[in-house]
Design a protein around this ligand. Structure first.
Ligand SMILES: N[C@@H](CCC(=O)N[C@@H](CS)C(=O)NCC(=O)O)C(=O)O
Length: 302
């Protein structure tokens, strides 16, 4: 099997979500460190312009968004499953709360706490990325409110562990746990959020259990090596999956854009379109043809 190549940076919270799943599943992977902000010259040829972190590459297949990455990992490494007791709905549904609302609360705490120490070019990059949602002065003023919201939401999690279970769905970890974990891992950089988590004794012990999964077995790879692997992989005959009623769109030139942040459209020829996935065949001079996979939920195809 081709290598799992993961493009990320170590402090990336969404990167941590996937790294902790690598640990849970005991996956061996290649780690490519990418810039924390634009420009990302060695990422763009793989993603066609999608700029978020992380992405996963397998040969000339590129998976954008943790939803697409996790779905592919579950397919290739089904054991241990992220969905014990057929918990797909809870896992994916939970991720829309943790990745959007809870994450924006965690980010508001981080920017409200450390905004003054962040390099101006980083703040400018994130302001553009979020479509104007980052304003350090406002986030500093709103910090007490953000912390109250955070405390109220993590109290739900503390309540979820009161019967002595190890993980939110019982004795086995599930996507629900990994959805929450990376947010707390991120927010805990702010001393006030760390204290709120510390005030939840069951959640604190759960954090230790989650951290113990580790990150699997990574080895470093350079971005030029990753580009070369994509270039050498031939995906000319690769076929996707077109869902019922979507046949008329197959092969069309389309754009795919996230519907929240980092709204950069990616263009290509449509190879997959169904309730779970959108995939495009994208060409450029650096890597030739790549197949770029996105989740359907949260992305706009036009
Ligand atoms: N829905 C995306 C969200 C990813 C995301 O927001 N990542 C943040 C960093 S962890 C990001 O892309 N920041 C801008 C950047 O890295 O350029 C996913 O699940 O992968």
């Amino acid at each position: 099997m081709s290598d799992i190549i993961f493009h990320h940076y170590d402090p990336s919270p969404f990167g941590e979500k996937v790294r902790s799943i690598f640990g849970f599943k005991g996956i061996t992977w290649k780690s490519v460190q990418i810039p924390r902000m634009m420009p990302k010259p060695d990422v763009m040829p793989l993603t066609g312009g999608y700029r978020k972190t992380p992405i996963m590459q397998i040969g000339a297949h590129v998976y954008c968004d943790t939803q697409a990455i996790i779905r592919e990992l579950e397919k290739r490494f089904p054991k241990p499953t992220l969905f014990p007791g057929n918990s797909q709905f809870l896992g994916w549904g939970m991720s829309f709360w943790t990745d959007k609302l809870l994450f924006s609360t965690s980010a508001a705490i981080i920017f409200g706490t450390f905004g003054d120490q962040m390099p101006p070019e980083f703040v400018k990059d994130r302001a553009e990325y979020s479509g104007g949602g980052i304003n350090i002065e406002k986030m500093k003023t709103a910090l007490p409110f953000s912390l109250q919201q955070f405390a109220a939401m993590i109290d739900w999690a503390e309540q979820g562990l009161v019967d002595g279970r190890d993980y939110f769905l019982g004795s086995d970890a599930s996507l629900v746990d990994f959805d929450l974990y990376f947010n707390l891992w991120f927010a805990a950089r702010a001393p006030a959020a760390k204290k709120l988590i510390g005030d939840c004794p069951l959640l604190s012990k759960w954090m230790i259990r989650m951290a113990a999964f580790g990150h699997g077995k990574p080895t470093e790879m350079s971005s030029t090596e990753a580009l070369e692997i994509a270039r050498k992989d031939d995906v000319a005959t690769c076929k996707g999956e077109i869902g019922e009623g979507e046949e008329k769109h197959a092969g069309n030139a389309v754009t795919v854009t996230p519907n929240d942040t980092g709204r950069v459209p990616v263009t290509g020829e449509l190879v997959s379109l169904n309730h779970r996935e959108i995939a495009l065949r994208h060409k450029n001079d650096i890597v030739g043809e790549v197949i770029i996979h996105f989740p359907r939920a949260g992305f706009i195809v036009s």
